[in-house]
Design a protein around this ligand. Structure first.
Ligand code: ADP
Ligand code: MG
Length: 502
């Protein structure tokens, strides 16, 4: 068996593991179940992708969103990993073909939507296949106490029970308090599992809370919009998301930006699938820089080079907030997370979302009461986050997730005592001209290959290259983030450019 370091280098181009990855991988390889709680961007995917490539049989990855599966499979394939997905975006004939190929052993990793697990054809395949592992991504979706409950997730263990051999089960999530963790372990029937919970901190993220109230009610929203406009104008080259609470707000923000000649796209659940797919792709490929979205623009977003997330109005919980904000800076480079808040937004969540009377309620009155009181207490913590200008924002988040934190982080608007954004991006000392050359070359490759820029080489990798100026393959190989497959495909092109620079 080749070792995990070799797999890491060969398929993903990295030299070292991040915190927690090794222990989780070792546990899976040793046949032990896992429950891993790690923040967005920590690198959970590698924790199941690497063992998947090393274990004998097939790994099934249960994932809640079609777009998420497509992105991951596209990137895996580009790195030479035999992977596929099965979900409702495929026609029955395509599903049949993919299932046949799977049965013939074409794939090491298969992403499946939870509903697929109950389909007869799929069960027929799975029972005769050699399933080594079931990885459950976004595992908090299984719990009603989480914030993104998906009933389909509850079928996972029923499916596993049908298999002739019990595979290793590994569950991953970014947001789970004690109650949700307990739910996950029970409902997935995890056995003697290894629980890993890493620090929640994302030091690269700058947190800021900016009040939109200015005493005069009529101007409330203008203040938030003015802020948005000037911020986005100051960050034209960067990709960002503006989260709104309602669809109506997305429209208002969109129009305000359009009046200022800022191009953006609206994304929410009321927009048809085809258009949503297009928008997501345009964003991934940097054809549109700003997305104005509701929380429907969510888990599928794996774009690592998002430089800012602005919440126009507070979300209902810190979990929601941290998950949305956490979509920024996944490449580990500095990014801004700004919450624009006001009292009106707080009342909106309370009255229109939490206390709203429901017809066709799926919960019993007793459960509903419990649920409401949990949600109100979560909202009150969100309120405190926004309105308290004395307590370090990072500390509030970390303590919310049960972690100890120092009094001051020096990288939030409370600690820095500023509400205007002063972004402090670290500057790598690289050759700017060479970097631009590389960048435009990668853009051409991106168009030609149909892969997003970051899937070929992220901007931080390009900066590293523009700094090191490799003269040959072995020098280029030392740069972190280029897999064997990428070196093979693009290496020579890159060297042709860099070797001209001294
Ligand atoms: P998560 O699912 O935990 O939110 P991802 O699995 O999407 O995070 O990983 C986020 C980013 O971190 C990806 O771009 C991934 O390639 C990168 N990454 C993961 N592990 C490593 C590592 N060991 N070294 C460098 N980068 C890594
Ligand atoms: Mg993930």
């Amino acid at each position: 068996m080749i070792d995990k370091y070799a797999v890491l280098k060969k398929y993903f181009g990295y030299n070292s593991f991040r915190k927690g990855q090794q222990e989780i991988i070792d546990s899976i390889l040793g046949g032990r179940d896992v429950l891993a709680v790690m923040p967005t961007g920590a690198g959970k995917s590698l924790c199941y992708q690497i063992p998947a490539l090393m274990l004998r049989g097939i790994t099934l990855v249960v994932s809640p969103l079609i777009s998420l599966m497509q992105d991951q499979v596209r990137i895996l394939k580009a790195s030479g990993v035999p992977a596929a997905y099965l979900n409702s975006s495929l026609t029955p004939a395509q599903i049949r073909l993919a299932t046949e190929r799977a049965a013939q052993g074409w794939y090491k990793i298969i992403y499946v939507a939870p509903e697929r697990l109950m389909s007869e054809n799929f069960i027929e395949f799975a029972v005769h296949a050699d399933i080594s592992m079931v990885a459950v991504d976004e595992a908090h979706c299984i719990s009603m106490w989480g914030h993104e409950f998906r009933p389909g997730y509850r079928k996972i263990s029923e499916f596993v029970n049908k298999l002739p051999f019990r595979p290793v089960i590994a569950a991953f999530t970014a947001t789970a308090d004690g109650k949700v963790r307990y739910d996950i372990s029970k409902m997935l029937c995890l056995r003697n599992y290894f629980q890993y919970s890493s620090g929640f901190d994302r030091p690269e993220l700058y947190f800021s809370a900016v009040c939109m109230d200015n005493g005069e009610r009529d101007f409330e929203h203008d203040k938030g919009l003015n802020f948005l406009i000037s911020y986005i104008k100051g960050h034209k080259e960067e990709s960002g998301i503006v989260y709104c609470v309602t669809r109506g707000q997305t429209q208002a923000v969109y129009e305000a930006l359009a009046e200022e000649d800022i191009r953006s796209c609206i994304y929410h659940a009321g927009i048809d699938n085809q258009t949503r797919k297009q928008i997501q792709e345009d964003f991934t490929f940097d054809r549109v820089k700003v997305i104005i979205a509701t929380n429907a623009f969510g888990m599928g977003i794996d774009k690592p080079d998002i430089r800012y997330v602005i919440n126009y109005g507070m979300p209902p919980t810190i979990e929601d907030y941290y998950q949305q904000a956490g979509r920024a800076g996944r490449d580990g480079q500095p990014a801004d997370c700004i919450l624009l808040y006001d009292n009106k937004g707080y009342m909106l969540i309370k009255n229109s979302f939490i206390l709203r009377p429901r017809e066709d309620d799926e919960m019993s009155p007793e459960d509903r009461r419990k649920y409401i009181s949990v949600q109100l207490s979560k909202l009150s913590k969100m309120y405190r986050y926004a309105f308290s200008d004395k307590i370090c924002l990072r500390k509030q988040i970390l303590e919310y997730f049960g972690e100890k934190a120092p009094k001051k982080c020096n990288n939030c608007s409370v600690c820095r005592k500023i509400s205007l954004i002063q972004v402090q991006k670290t500057t790598v000392d690289y050759d700017k001209e060479l970097y631009e050359k590389l960048r435009s070359h990668i853009k051409i490759l991106s168009i030609r290959s149909g892969l997003p820029v970051y899937a070929i080489a992220s901007y931080s990798v390009l900066q590293e290259i523009a700094k090191a100026k490799p003269k040959n393959m072995s020098e280029l190989r030392k740069i972190k983030g280029l897999s064997e497959e990428k070196l093979r495909r693009y290496g020579q092109d890159i060297i042709d450019i860099t070797s001209k620079y001294k």
